[in-house]
Design a protein around this ligand. Structure first.
Ligand code: ADE
Length: 418
């Protein structure tokens, strides 16, 4: 088995954390039990480019239980949990190639290893694996039955490739499943972003002016958690409908140029580039904290921040770097502008990843059942979403009503009761 992890020494701690997460992933556990018996992925090689966390460990264990041969690599250089990587190799015999804080060359070397593993199926969190296949290994594209994409950022990129006629692989927009984005993006990102910011800075959110850039599901989750903790939350948006929603949800909405003067803490959750840039750094308050929770470290114009600074104060705390502006103000960049929830905390809690990763595991099975899909961006079938949602509800001890025969007839009729 080919692996490249920092050290196998912390494996015992990693195993404890994987087992702790497992307790909060009951739906994935049911899938694993069934996969063990039915082996729906038997004979398939799978390369997964995901954040190497305790939750991901439980996903790849499930895929292995289903008969797949797996290689796991990081989807971000700063999100790998080295103890989990060690345990996956030592205790679960899964080929992991991921080291926290690996440099760019190592990151891409690992991705290339995952491609040279010649997968039949791939999983991506941000589309780096699929992009590298298209750029450097296009001849292998026809061997891939399907690729599951976990993030909004990745799905945007894959749709752009499909629009351009450049896409060569059938992909599944797992991110777009309701069982993923309504929970993972909203409650997962909401809580874990706050967690990352607090672990990095130890600030009190109550009374702070918090600027959230973006009011998609991630932005909503973050904004509502900050509001619940007593912050004054300001939303910046480019989409007029989302901006109205933010205003009617009780937030102040304004352009970043205005918010930049007011905020104590900024967090980008947009999926776009240079959302916070020179004109904003120029007017921010002394001591402003700047974080990103989008997938890539492109949302804050870090190069310009560095170029503007007359002095760099690295590591004023773990995951906090200071940049002293020519006029003496210091702006603090958190976790090098990388996704704060995974770089400074542990990512989304297991309970929410249970739904995302159950959807992923079932989609892997579905892709194999379908044989070769058409090239394009496919949705998660509704039946799979309903199955995941029903079992999650059951695991939470919540029962719901069922439609009566009369109600079903009413909903499918255009004659009754008008
Ligand atoms: N993305 C966000 N949180 C995550 C987690 N805990 N594990 C894997 N991927 C994630």
């Amino acid at each position: 088995m080919k692996y490249d992890v920092k050290s196998l020494e912390p494996a015992a701690e990693g195993k404890r954390r994987i087992e702790w997460a497992e307790q909060d992933m009951p739906v994935l556990g049911l899938i694993r039990e069934r996969f063990e018996k039915e082996k729906p992925l038997k004979g398939k090689r799978m390369s997964a480019c995901l954040h190497v966390t305790a939750e991901t460990a439980n996903l790849v264990r499930t895929l292995k239980a289903g008969g797949a041969e797996i290689m796991l690599v990081a989807s971000n250089p700063l999100s790998t949990q080295d103890d989990v990587a060690a345990s996956l190799v030592r205790d679960y015999e899964i080929a992991v190639q991921a080291i926290r804080a690996e440099d760019k060359d190592t990151y891409y070397r690992h991705i290339r290893e995952a491609i040279e593993f010649r997968p039949h199926l791939t999983m991506d969190d941000g589309a780096d694996l699929v992009s590298t296949i298209h750029f450097e290994y296009a001849d292998q594209a026809s061997e891939i039955l399907g690729s599951m994409e976990e993030t909004t950022t990745g799905v945007i990129r894959l749709r752009a490739m499909a629009m351009d006629g450049a896409l060569k692989i059938p992909v599944i927009a797992v991110n777009d499943a309701k069982t993923k984005n309504l929970f993972d993006n909203r409650y997962g990102t909401g809580q874990s972003t706050v967690d990352g910011i607090i672990r990095a800075t130890d600030i009190l959110l109550a009374g702070k002016h918090v600027v959230a850039a973006g009011y998609g599901w991630c932005g909503r989750g973050f904004a509502s958690r900050c509001k619940g903790m007593g912050a004054d939350v300001i939303i910046t948006e480019v989409d007029p409908v989302k901006a109205i929603e933010a205003a009617m949800d009780g937030f102040r909405v304004m352009p970043m140029a205005e918010a930049a003067r007011v905020g104590d803490l900024f967090c980008t959750l947009t999926g776009d580039i240079n959302v916070i840039r020179r004109e904003h750094f120029e007017v921010m308050k002394d001591g402003a904290l700047i974080a990103n929770s989008g997938h890539f470290n492109v949302e804050i114009d870090i190069e310009t921040l560095k170029a503007m600074a007359k002095e760099h104060k690295p590591g004023v705390r773990r995951n906090v770097d200071g940049y002293v502006m020519p006029d003496g103000r210091t702006l603090y960049l958190l976790a090098e502008g990388r996704l704060i929830n995974l770089a400074a905390a542990e990512g989304h809690p297991a309970s929410v990843m249970d739904m995302s990763f159950s959807t992923q595991a079932l989609m892997a099975e579905w892709v194999v059942q379908q044989g070769r899909l058409d090239i394009g961006v496919h949705s998660v079938p509704e039946a799979i979403e309903e199955w995941v949602a029903s079992l999650k509800l059951q695991s939470m001890g919540i029962a719901i009503d069922e439609l009566t025969e009369e109600q079903k007839a009413y909903l499918s009729s255009w004659e009754i009761g008008t």
